[in-house]
Ligand binder design. Structure first.
Ligand SMILES: [Zn+2]
Length: 480
């Protein structure tokens, strides 16, 4: 029987569950705790039926951000959904806003939602990733005996995180991914997302560029005993559809309806891949850490935070160049194993020096060191695996080569999609010094292991090496 996983359809959860149950080691995959995902034109028009499927109650809390959102017909969709709901329900409409109109995903904003939940029968969030993450977080942390059902109406294909069970929250200025919950129903109305600003849908496309590096980082980490419960299914589920999306980059730039629908499907599947794995590793590897560092620097640089996916894609090109080096140029025989194990005492000042400029009291540096030292300790404890890895390097390469893409090809596709390929052309331009700092030091930020840690411990990763990567990117009209 042919494996139908590569053609997975996020909008048919029953079929998707059945396909997943037939995969090898299916018992290791986590459940998708969602009732439905609707991807179709006009899906938001059926909001009353969607609510009825989840509750017989009559009190609705509707949460949005402050921005005006219109569909392809020119309708103000928040007004439209509110009016429709009012035909059958008592509706309270809460607008989350901040001075300047840029809403952050903070526990303080989530508290505004939480205090209105008692007495309601359902929560409906309408918006982008921030509203979605806050609604998921609020229901999860409401403390109510029976958590309220949650519907999310996604207004742009900007990130993959609508369909996972985590929320990225800003805690005292530091971005942290916290376990929260899935929406019960995710509504992707193609009439709404097609009308979103082009750079938002390009951001979703950009988040998917991680498909060519994150799963390989995950596999590497797992092979070396450095963490992660690797499973092939989460990435196998999206890889060929991501491939097709790259081929259709030009059509994405032209807002082709079929390609927008394909993007909606594969982006949603990418969110599910993280839920299935029980960790974000299938969609977040070395490219995401570089992007996190750029975000961390934005506070000191007093600039806004770029569209997540576009920044991830620029970083993704760098990660692809690194992986391309590993499989084509890295020589395992050149590694002096005894030099691959720096001590905690040697690394602590290096990690702290990398992050000390981010704040006055060194809290970011301490936070990064506390996570990094766990990785370093584990690295020492898993020496045997690294020795085996070097001995069996050809086997490893054979396993991963089909999962990688040539960076030159990806850059060419991104150009066709009108996606930024340089840090300096992001919506908040990142200067060369900050971008180089982020690339050079990203492995020092957290516990998760990637190809950059491997090259660092193997003695390859240094300023000169990073300059070579940047030069290769430059030749593709990409990088800084
Ligand atoms: Zn992402």
């Amino acid at each position: 029987m042919p494996n139908r996983l590569p053609e997975a359809n996020a909008a048919n959860l029953t079929e998707l569950r059945e396909i997943l149950s037939l995969q090898e080691n299916a018992e290791k995959l986590h459940d998708i705790a969602m009732k439905d995902i609707i991807i179709e034109a006009g899906a938001a028009d059926n909001i009353i039926e969607t609510v009825k499927g989840l509750t017989s109650g009559t009190n609705v809390l509707m949460v949005t951000g402050p921005t005006l959102i219109v569909d392809i017909h020119g309708n103000n969709i928040k007004e439209k959904i509110n009016a429709k709901l009012k035909e059958a329900y008592n509706v309270e409409w809460l607008v989350i806003d901040e001075p300047g109109g840029h809403v952050h995903c903070t526990p303080e904003n989530a508290a505004l939602i939480m205090e209105r939940l008692p007495g309601k029968d359902i929560l409906i969030g309408i918006g982008g990733g921030t509203i979605c993450d806050m609604c998921k977080y609020s229901v999860h942390n409401s403390g109510m005996e029976t958590p309220l059902p949650l519907i999310v109406v996604e207004t742009a294909l900007s990130v993959n995180a609508f369909s996972d069970d985590a929320s990225v929250m800003l805690l005292s200025g530091v971005k942290r991914t916290l376990h929260s919950r899935y929406p019960d129903v995710l509504v992707i109305d193609l009439d709404i997302v097609s009308a979103a600003p082009a750079e938002m849908n390009v951001s979703g496309y950009g988040d998917l560029i991680a498909t060519w590096t994150a799963p390989v980082d995950w596999y590497l980490s797992s092979t070396l005993g450095m963490g992660g419960n690797f499973h092939v299914a989460p990435s196998d589920m999206i890889r060929s559809q991501c491939d097709k999306l790259l081929e259709n980059s030009e059509k994405l730039a032209a807002n082709d309806p079929q390609v927008i629908k394909d993007l909606a499907n594969v982006l949603t599947l990418s969110g599910l891949s993280m839920g299935l794995a029980g960790e974000s590793s299938p969609a977040s590897g070395s490219e995401h850490v570089m992007s996190h560092l750029v975000d961390m620097a934005s506070g000191v640089r007093k600039t806004g935070i770029c569209y997540h996916g576009t920044q991830v894609a620029v970083s993704g090109l760098m990660s692809e160049i690194i992986w391309d080096y590993l499989v084509n140029e890295f020589d395992p025989k050149s590694v002096d194993i005894e030099k691959c194990y720096p001590t905690l005492e040697e690394m602590e000042p290096k990690v702290k020096a990398a992050f000390s400029w981010l704040d006055e009291n060194g809290s970011a540096a301490n936070e990064c060191w506390s996570d990094y030292q766990k990785k370093l300790t584990k690295w020492h404890a898993n020496k045997e695996n690294f020795v085996k890895f070097l001995e069996n390097f050809d086997e490893f390469k054979a396993q991963v080569s089909g999962w990688l893409k040539k960076p030159e090809y990806v850059a060419e596709c991104m150009h066709k999609a009108n996606a930024p390929t340089r840090y300096s052309t992001l919506n908040y331009p990142v200067d060369a010094k900050t971008a180089t700092w982020a690339i050079t030091n990203c492995h020092l930020m957290r516990n998760r292991f990637s190809v950059i840690d491997l090259l660092h411990f193997a003695g390859v990763w240094n300023d000169e090496f990073v300059q070579k990567l940047i030069a290769r990117a430059e030749a593709m009209d990409a990088g800084l």
